[in-house]
Each structure stands twice: as structure tokens, then as C-alpha cells.
Write a protein that binds this ligand. Structure first.
Ligand code: FES
Length: 60
């Protein structure tokens, strides 16, 4: 079981670059790419999953 208070290690490839980070499992992907990777192309709108502003393509 995942402890929601403990950062977990993940690896992802963003724009062709492999990145490894420890992240709070409650972190939204859009916040991760903004805050840890400095990539601000994805915008933040409602933060509730309604508007689609933060949509990112996964696996193409
Ligand atoms: S900010 Fe993500 S759906 Fe609105």
C-alpha cells in the first residue's frame, strides 16, 4: 500500500528527456512538470478535471 505522505520514486520521459524524481503521490502531473521540470506549456485552469486545460499527451 502506498503511504500518501511518503514521496515515491518515478521515472518518466518528457519531450524525449528521461527524468527521475521523487514525488508526493498526490501531486498532479501538471504541477510536477511546472514545478520540478520548469515546463510551463501546459496550463492550469479549474484544477478539478472539468476544463481540460491541463491535458497532456501520454505515449504519443
Ligand atoms: S485544470 Fe485540469 S481539467 Fe481543468
Amino acid at each position: 500500500m502506498i503511504d500518501p505522505n511518503e514521496a515515491i520514486p518515478i521515472q518518466l520521459t518528457v519531450n524525449g528527456q528521461v527524468r527521475r524524481v521523487n514525488v508526493d503521490p498526490r501531486t498532479l502531473l501538471v504541477h510536477l512538470v511546472h514545478e520540478q521540470f520548469g515546463l510551463t506549456g501546459a496550463n492550469i485552469g479549474c484544477l478539478n478535471g472539468y476544463c481540460g486545460t491541463c491535458t497532456m499527451l501520454v505515449d504519443g
